[in-house]
Design a protein around this ligand. Structure first.
Ligand code: MG
Length: 162
């Protein structure tokens, strides 16, 4: 059986020296305000993975008070992947989009894909990361926030019963 998962996330931007994004640090004059490291792409990916098997959302599995300040977000993705594996499910592909006015994501795209491949153990050619600006409009366009959306396709071993 094939199932789809979809996740989104948004964090506020504050003055800082870098953003955790897609499992790497992108140096810039901002930081993402968060209890964890604020990696919107990995948070959206975690929700997409959980959503594919109707396993709730990241907030249910990792309540605010249970997250160590600055915690690296790859643990959330690894946790969700583990839940999928326990149900004999595997990820076919990942397609994500980051909304961020600046800096440009292009130079970091392949490093993020490689980082996500390492976390998920999925071949890098099945991991897509796209990026958009918001044309200087709204909270993202005004450098007040960044967000991400991720879709995943998951294959499970269960078959449809008649
Ligand atoms: Mg988040």
């Amino acid at each position: 059986m094939i199932r789809i998962g979809f996740g989104t996330d948004l964090h506020r931007l504050v003055p800082g020296s870098g953003i955790a994004l897609g499992g790497i640090i992108i140096p810039c004059e901002y930081a993402a305000e968060a209890d964890s490291d604020g990696d919107v792409l990995l948070h959206a990916l975690t929700d997409a993975l959980l959503g594919s098997l109707a396993l709730g959302d990241i907030g249910q599995h990792f309540p605010k008070h249970a997250v160590a300040p600055g915690a690296a977000s790859h643990q959330f993705v690894a946790y969700a992947m583990d839940l999928l594996h326990k149900q004999n499910a595997s990820v076919v592909n990942i397609d994500g989009t980051i909304d961020l006015e600046s800096p440009k994501i292009g130079p970091y795209r392949d490093a993020m894909r490689t980082a996500i491949a390492e976390i998920t153990q999925i071949p890098v050619d099945r991991i897509s990361i796209k990026a958009k600006t918001c044309e200087r409009l709204g909270p993202i366009g005004e450098h007040l926030a960044l967000s991400a959306q991720v879709a995943v396709l998951v294959e499970t071993n269960d078959s449809l019963s008649a």
